[in-house]
Design a protein around this ligand. Structure first.
Ligand code: LLP
Length: 421
């Protein structure tokens, strides 16, 4: 489904006019479609029917607790990278027994809390982390369930900031050394090896790197099974891309089917291993947009600027990765002059743009939608320039709900203090 479509020259989210949402919630404002989030989760989940699996939604992509709760209701697991994300999942009613904990820098306190609530698995990224996790688990009289996150050294051909599976990356344990680290892990009394994990990068639009990574993970799994390691699962990470512009990524079904078909070729001994996926963007990316209002048009000899009320603090992807998001007027009713604009925010940085050289027919006060902003939008937003973070709205059919209200400036300064006189 396409959750955002024009009806009568007005852009709708499901069956709600975006203009009505702007009226109630103000702008800038994030808008998500419940139906689309659910459809995308189910696409992964049902493609895995008949096989032990967890679809562990990557919380970092969009961590609003209402989004997490919708996924929890569908039986999702969760991929977390911090104690904060763990608390969000618990607050949203997520099942700790389906949580995998990724990340290169877990603190002792985070390990303790995750052990106390009984998460499914720690994805351990270094030998140093393994030692500390063993010690923390010993203090609590527990065994920590562990997968080693291996780095398969494949090139995902994506933006360098979001490629994680190359040798020079800080992520994971070099797959060439993984056998030795597993050997050491076996000797640790408070570590229980249950799986292998890998994640090679994000916004991948081609199956080739996924399949290459799978080949290397399977080779390692075979060697570990030969040594009698009781592997329960393979965690193949996230990373499936979405369409922002003219990309043609596989659908979740095509992606899962290609993985399953490839695994089948490897033989029956891998059939009983639980498969884990950690999709983030592929579930929420195209489920959301950022609604913004044009403040002024600034027409010039060299460039025209549309200054809007959303900025890089609300959606950082264009500034950080030069990412492209389509920008469309919310109403195409009134006659407008078409011009080419840089769509920029009010923040005092030249990097504060949301789109450059876009042909638009707009005037001051018009609403614009910056689309494909459901993943790594609100989640990466900040208060730079003391801008309260934007509210978030979920549309459900012909209703909408504010699931995060706009922050107030008073809330932003509340944690701060003056020095004594
Ligand atoms: N699992 C692990 C271990 C990860 O590091 C990530 C993303 C995911 C799963 C989810 O990946 P996804 O399915 O969403 O591609 N801020 C960047 C993306 C950073 C991704 C970081 N890791 C962006 O806006 O493009």
């Amino acid at each position: 489904m396409n959750p955002f479509a024009f009806q009568d020259r007005q852009l709708f989210a499901e069956n709600v006019r975006l203009a009505d949402i702007a009226e109630t919630a103000g702008t800038p404002c994030y808008v998500y479609s419940r139906a689309y989030i659910e459809e995308r989760f189910r696409a992964f989940d049902s493609a895995l029917t008949g096989r032990e699996h967890f679809v562990c939604y990557a919380v970092k992509a969009n961590s609003n607790i209402a989004v997490l709760n919708l996924l929890a209701r569908l039986g999702a697991g969760f991929d977390i990278v911090s104690g904060g994300e763990l608390e969000r999942v618990l607050a949203a009613g997520g099942d700790p027994k389906k949580i995998v904990f990724s990340g290169v820098g877990k603190t002792r306190a985070e390990m303790r809390r995750a052990l106390a609530v009984g998460i499914y698995c720690f994805n351990v990224e270094s030998e140093a982390e393994l030692e500390i996790l063993n010690a923390v688990a010993a203090e609590l009289g527990k065994r920590a369930p562990v997968a080693l996150r291996v780095n398969p050294d494949v090139d995902p051909s994506t933006h360098p900031y979001i490629a994680t599976g190359l040798k020079e990356s800080k992520f994971g344990i070099d797959i060439a050394r993984a056998g030795a680290v597993y050997g050491h892990a076996k000797s640790l009394a408070h570590i229980q090896i249950i799986g292998i994990a890998c994640h090679i990068g994000s916004q991948l639009t081609d199956m080739v790197p996924f399949v290459q990574a799978l080949d290397r993970v399977i080779e390692l799994a075979g060697a570990l099974l030969d040594q009698g390691v009781a592997l329960q699962h393979l965690d193949l990470g996230g990373g499936l891309g979405i369409r922002y512009n003219d990309e043609q990524p596989p659908t979740p079904e095509e992606y899962v089917r290609a993985i399953l078909a490839h695994l089948k070729k490897k033989g029956a001994r891998y059939e009983s291993l639980r498969l884990i996926f950690e999709p983030g963007r592929a579930i929420v990316g195209n489920a959301g947009l950022l609604l913004t209002r044009v403040l002024f048009l600034k027409l010039g000899a060299e460039r025209n600027f549309a200054v809007v009320d959303a900025a890089m603090n609300d959606l950082m992807r264009p500034a950080l990765y030069d990412a492209w998001h389509d920008i469309t007027p919310v109403s195409v009713n009134a006659p407008r002059t078409l011009r080419v604009y840089d769509v920029v925010g009010p923040v005092c940085e030249s990097g504060d743009f949301l789109g450059r050289q876009r042909e638009l027919g707009i005037e001051a006060d018009d609403l614009l939608a910056i689309v494909s902003a459901g993943a790594y939008g609100a989640a990466m937003s900040s208060n730079y320039n003391t801008r309260p973070r934007a509210p978030e709205v979920i549309v459900d059919g012909n209703k909408f709900y504010i699931v995060r209200r706009r922050e107030t400036v008073a809330e932003l300064v509340a944690p701060e203090a003056l020095l004594p006189k």
